[in-house]
Design a binder for this molecule. Structure first.
Ligand code: NAD
Length: 359
């Protein structure tokens, strides 16, 4: 039996969001020798369900607050003797970054900087001088493939692709990635950055593409698809991302960046059609109750988002070679389970209505 003193304290930021919450659930069940401190501001994007689900776990502590709050972050480091950081905290929705970019700069850039600088001062005595006891302390920064900008018909993003962010969101993430890099190059801080493609799965905020498609369909309202629907994304199930983060945190080489994706490219219109096919099957024989012949009827093209990146595709070869990681979840199965998860949520009247109708 390991007592709490011996447990390694890991600070996870933004752990109440989509990916962070899935990560914490996985990490706590896999590693009884870790204690996770989740620092989350609980913005609109936080998952309400997480706290109840894991609050009783003795290896979990939740602290509501911002990564921009230096006093609080410093206090957490000294109180818990933090020996690792995994930084998920971010403003993450591109559309919001177009309407209100400022908070993206303060959270994603300045917040990451404060967190990183406190970790550096807590774990190191100066350039290349790691304090005894912190030799394995690592700062893992979670980032996105959107820092590379957009691709044309062919090609993939590798770790050597140029940074060319196109939205305020991706520009703020690109900035934070470069700050992380500078702390490795300048001070020798133990850092790893992972750049991942689009995630899907349970607990994603309703504003994102796949939840929007499912939510709109279940409500019987039109399913909005930007532009001509031909923009292409490389979709990865969040559980595959979580296992990749675990491996990068434990086995990645300091100072390296790793791309994570699943070679699973679909245009937005193909994706919507896939989800409608699955929903049609799930609602077989009962579609008339929704006054529909098929969910496909609800698809509607709407005005495109400004600066909408045309295509993303990720080459994960470097990461797979290093760790042996390969994604495990087949897309149709992952989508079907994700739809079931949204149907099972009783949080909104819309979904409840659908559970009654097709659940
Ligand atoms: P999310 O928006 O679902 O969750 C973000 C979480 O961060 C929320 O719980 C929010 O309350 C918290 N937060 C926001 N500002 C904060 C602050 N100042 N201090 C502390 N907490 C704060 O995001 P997500 O989809 O889970 O993404 C997590 C990370 O992964 C982000 O850094 C994002 O850029 C990156 N990423 C996401 C995807 C994706 O498809 N969702 C893909 C690649 C990379």
């Amino acid at each position: 039996m390991i007592n709490d003193y011996e447990k390694k304290k890991i600070l996870v930021t933004g752990g109440s969001g989509f990916i962070g919450s899935n990560f914490i659930l996985y990490f706590l069940s896999k590693y009884p020798n870790y204690h996770i401190i989740n620092l989350d501001k609980l913005t609109y994007a936080a998952t309400e369900g997480l706290i109840e689900e894991i609050n009783r776990n003795e290896n979990y502590t939740f602290i509501q607050g911002s990564i921009e709050n230096r006093e609080l972050v410093q206090h957490i480091f000294t109180t818990y003797d933090v020996k690792g950081v995994i930084n998920f905290a971010a403003e993450s929705h591109v559309d919001n970054s177009i309407a209100n970019p400022e908070v993206f700069m303060t959270t994603n850039i300045m917040g990451t900087f404060h967190l990183l600088n406190i970790a550096y001062n807590y774990w190191m005595d100066g350039v290349e001088k790691i304090k005894p006891g912190y030799e394995l302390s690592r700062f893992h920064h979670i980032s996105t493939d959107e820092v590379y900008g957009a691709l044309g018909e062919i090609g993939v993003f590798t770790e050597n692709s140029n940074y060319a962010p196109n939205s305020p969101y991706s520009a703020s993430k690109a900035s934070s990635d470069l700050i992380i890099r500078s702390y490795y190059k300048t001070y020798g801080l133990n850092v790893v950055t992972t750049n991942c493609s689009n995630n899907y799965g349970p607990r994603q905020n309703k504003e994102k593409l796949i939840p929007t498609i499912i939510r709109s369909a279940l409500a019987g309202s039109y399913i909005p698809v930007y532009g001509d629907g031909k923009n292409v994304r490389d979709w990865l199930h969040v559980h595959d991302h979580v296992t990749a983060i675990d491996l990068a945190f434990h086995e990645g080489i300091s100072g390296e960046t790793y791309n994570i994706g699943s070679n699973n490219e679909w245009s937005n219109i193909e994706l919507v059609e896939k989800i409608c096919n699955i929903l049609d099957k799930k609602a077989e024989g009962r579609l008339n109750e929704l006054e529909l012949e098929s969910f496909h009827q609800l698809i509607q093209l709407v005005e495109d988002r400004p600066g909408h990146d045309w295509r993303y595709a990720i080459d994960s070869t470097k990461f797979s070679r290093k760790t042996g990681w390969v994604p495990q979840i087949q897309f149709e199965n992952g989508l079907s389970q994700t739809i079931d998860w949204y149907i099972a949520q009783n949080q909104t009247k819309i979904l409840q209505g659908c559970v009654e109708k097709i659940g």
